[in-house]
Design a protein around this ligand. Structure first.
Ligand code: SDX
Length: 380
């Protein structure tokens, strides 16, 4: 009997040195470091260096990475024009996917897959993707894009390019933590797509564009948008329980922000973001979204326990209320996921190109057999 693994569930396609996930114990490790330590102490740029080079940077290595990033936030004028001409109301992930694909046309070495060039493209995208996300949010709101400040890191520059003002240290730190938590997660759908795309030895822009398309989906990175969409449609605390039970009563109904292919317990990133959301709620005095999230978690826990299932909050659940309290439009939540995951996607591309084998799984054919051709005028 031919074994089929739908969704490639549980299938090991290669080895990797980048990330380890223990779904039973709820542990996430980047290159040997526990995510809780990294979220607590590391900047996003330090985590980028860790993911790309295998070790946390020394001061001079961190300065070199930051120097390489300074010009990366600048966008070709033609790409800014493309964003400005994108029809109003176009979902930001459509705009991001299109703009990243367009960047290849302005890179004379786009097709060079040598390690040195991949690192150059990775550094360039690490600055250009946040710049695209920020510019598009402003253009869609009828505002002019804000030029990046080459002296700021990714988190602060992104906040500044979105809001048009210097971010507070507190907001920058929250953004940094969110970027660290979303940077990498093994062979998730979009990272697998990036590696599978690169395995034909196509260019890195094609691989990252494909990954953005995969991340956009509501079962993957699009879930954080879905969480806020649900909370907004519910409106208040009293509406949470009926919403959840209504959703669970639907055939195949899924409550966004819950469940995971690998974690059987709460996603450690959700635990950290829950704490961030609670702190932001206390500091802002606007506890509505955090309290509704807590209620949704309580109702889901009870409902799943009654069904004998382990369906816990994942990274997308509490990130929704965090981003809301940071002032982001919900349409920008998944693009924020994408600008962070560019770090992980590139780490996996370095690994794939360095020791490549074309990815080509099989499908067990169950279609028709033994048919003979008839000319079109003799067909019924
Ligand atoms: C991310 O893979 C990664 O690492 C991804 C990610 C990363 O960092 O890259 O962690 C980021 O994508 C997190 C996931 C975000 N997606 C969502 O929040 C969407 C809602 N979640 C589900 O669609 C689902 O949980 C998935 C897609 C995340 C996982 O799907 P699986 O592994 O295919 O599991 P399943 O859909 O077969 O569900 C198993 C059981 C089902 O019960 P039965 O139908 O078999 O009786 O658990 C139940 C489901 O009913 N279940 C849910 C549920 N998720 C699973 N029930 C209600 N609501 C949910 N969200």
């Amino acid at each position: 009997m031919t074994e089929i693994h739908r969704g490639l569930a549980g299938v090991n396609v290669d080895t990797s040195q980048i990330c380890s996930i223990d779904g039973e114990r709820g542990e996430l490790i980047y290159r040997g470091y526990d995510i809780r330590e990294l979220a607590d102490q590391a900047s996003f740029e330090e985590v980028v260096h860790l993911l790309w080079f295998g070790e946390l940077p020394t001061r001079s290595e961190l300065d070199a990475l930051r120097d390489g990033l300074r010009p990366a936030f600048d966008l070709p004028g033609e790409v800014l024009d493309l964003l400005a001409r994108t029809p109003k109301g176009t979902a930001p992930m459509h705009a991001l996917r299109t703009a990243v694909s367009a960047l290849a046309a302005f890179d004379d070495d786009a097709d060079d897959t040598s390690e040195a060039n991949l690192r150059r493209v990775g550094t360039s995208l690490l600055g250009k993707i946040p710049a695209i996300v920020a510019a598009y949010q402003r253009l869609q709101a009828g505002q002019e894009p804000v030029a990046p400040d080459p002296n700021l890191g990714v988190a602060a520059n992104f906040l500044r390019m979105v809001n048009g003002e210097e971010p507070s240290d507190a907001a920058t730190r929250v953004m940094d933590v969110a970027l660290v938590l979303h940077a990498e997660h093994g062979s998730n759908a979009s990272t697998f797509v990036a590696r599978a795309t690169a395995s034909s030895l196509t260019d890195p822009y094609s691989a990252i564009t494909a990954a953005i398309g995969s991340l956009k989906g509501p079962l993957h990175g699009g879930a954080n948008y879905g969480v806020m969409q649900a909370l907004e449609s519910i409106g208040d605390l009293a509406g949470v329980e009926p919403y959840v039970h209504g959703k669970l009563a639907e055939e195949g109904g899924r409550v966004m922000g819950f469940g995971h292919r690998v974690y059987r317990v709460m996603d450690p990133r959700a635990t950290i973001l829950k704490g961030v959301s609670e702190r932001l709620a206390q500091e802002s005095g606007d506890a509505k979204w955090f309290e509704m999230s807590l209620e949704m978690e309580r109702v889901m826990d009870a409902a799943m326990e009654a069904k004998g299932k382990q369906v816990k909050p994942n990274v997308d659940f509490f990130s929704a209320s965090v981003y809301r309290m940071l002032g982001f439009a919900k349409e920008t939540y998944t693009p924020i996921f994408a600008l962070s995951r560019t770090a992980g996607w590139m780490a996996h591309l370095f690994e794939q190109y360095a020791d490549n084998r074309l990815m080509r799984p099989r499908l067990v054919y169950e279609g028709a057999k033994g048919k003979t051709f008839t000319p079109v005028d003799q067909r019924g």
